[in-house]
Design a binder for this molecule. Structure first.
Ligand code: AN0
Ligand code: CP
Length: 317
């Protein structure tokens, strides 16, 4: 595997899930695979889970790991070609990327959307430059439009907890004070459809996601109707995708916050969120602390999804 942004990059999701469960049984079984191989993790944005779980996964595989926080201690990077670089950016991504590639065997990149240019973001301009110019396999640690390591961990978690073959999985928008990317809901929808679940997405009008990711899911604007019979409730905030509101907050309606009344409409559903989560905006204290909350298990499965993906990349070096 030379790149990892989408569920399609895995080849076969069922087989990848089987590999993930094998790894979970013995996460140190492939310690020789990564010997003398180096993972470089490049962060343009903050992270807790991705940073720790991906580093742990690479160490499980016997790899060395280098972490670069681009905004702390590295030169400020220009990303546009053709710019006269007389401002605060000391280096261009077009030199920085092949230089980074020369010190490692695999690269992970975290670079969120910042809503300045929808066309650049939805063409995944930054991570695609890493894929093109680094000479290394590259995986997303959350890119502008996708967070596949998170979605993979979420599907692993659903597989571990589902009580029927085709559970009803509801992705619900919830309010948040700051504009957030569509990456997590995009990937969650894409992966849950690929896993064959009954996927329903609910959000206020204006929050429609890119159909490229939601194809095969049902959109239901009435949150109560959507939640009825749900086996899994996945809450997440995102900002508007559609023009002319790309990246904007259209609603802070607190009636969408997941509380115990919302959960009472479901089929005793499990509660899920990728974290970090703002309590009592997205979900109430009692729901996230309840027995049905899977948030810590999802986060723990990030080690497994990352190890599976890095293993697949090591195997094709
Ligand atoms: C990010 C997001 O919503 O994409 C990262 C989630 C994994 N969340 C925040 O920036 C709070
Ligand atoms: N879920 C997730 O990716 O968390 P971090 O932003 O802390 O890495």
């Amino acid at each position: 595997m030379k790149k990892f942004l989408s569920v399609n990059d895995l080849g076969n999701l069922k087989e990848a899930l089987n590999q993930a469960f094998e790894i979970k049984k013995n996460r140190f079984a492939f310690q020789n695979l990564g010997k003398n191989k180096t993972l470089l993790m490049v962060f343009f944005n903050s992270s807790l889970r991705t940073r720790l779980s991906t580093q742990k996964a690479a160490m499980n595989l016997g790899m060395n790991v280098i972490v670069l926080d681009v905004n702390q201690g590295a030169w400020k990077l220009e990303t546009e070609r053709g710019v006269i670089m007389d401002g605060d950016k000391s280096e261009h991504l077009l030199e920085a990327i092949p230089v980074m590639g020369s010190y490692c065997d695999i690269i992970g990149v975290r670079s969120f959307a910042n809503f300045t240019n929808k066309a650049d973001e939805y063409s995944e301009k930054i991570i695609n430059q890493f894929i093109k110019y680094s000479g290394r396999p590259v995986f997303s640690m959350e890119a502008a439009t996708c967070h596949p390591l998170q979605a993979f961990a979420d599907v692993i978690t659903i597989e571990e907890h589902k009580k029927c073959e085709k559970p009803k999985v509801v992705l619900t928008w919830a309010p948040h004070p700051k504009a957030l990317p569509q990456a997590v809901p995009n990937s969650f929808a894409e992966w849950c459809v690929a896993a064959g679940y009954d996927v329903v997405i609910t959000h206020p009008e204006g929050y429609e996601l890119d159909e490229k990711f939601t194809k095969g899911a049902k959109i239901e604007y009435d949150q109560k109707k959507a939640l009825q019979g749900a086996d899994f409730v996945y809450a997440k905030n995102w900002s508007a995708y559609e023009d002319p509101n790309y990246g904007k907050i259209l609603s802070k309606d607190m009636s969408w916050t997941i509380d115990s009344e919302h959960m009472s409409w479901t089929n005793n559903a499990y509660f899920m969120h990728c974290l970090p989560v703002r309590r009592n905006m997205i979900v109430t204290d009692d729901v996230i602390e309840s027995e049905n909350s899977l948030v810590i298990k999802e986060a723990a499965n990030r080690e497994i999804s990352a190890e599976t993906v890095i293993k697949m990349m090591l195997e094709t070096l």
